[in-house]
Design a protein around this ligand. Structure first.
Ligand SMILES: [Zn+2]
Length: 54
């Protein structure tokens, strides 16, 4: 499991394995520690936002 900065949720690495940047760890109130990552949704969002002028 890792914590996705894009989705603000935890993922299994296998589910969105195309892009995963490990930048550190996030500690949750429960005491659980998960590596931080960015899944493919981030790339899709950036590509979409680059096309929009907003
Ligand atoms: Zn994600």
């Amino acid at each position: 499991m890792y914590y996705c900065l894009t989705c603000q949720d935890s993922h299994h690495p296998e589910s969105k394995a195309g892009k995963l940047f490990r930048t550190g760890f996030r500690t949750f109130p429960s005491g659980e520690k998960l590596p931080l990552g960015v899944c493919l949704k981030r790339v899709e969002q950036e590509q979409a936002s680059n096309k929009k002028v907003s």
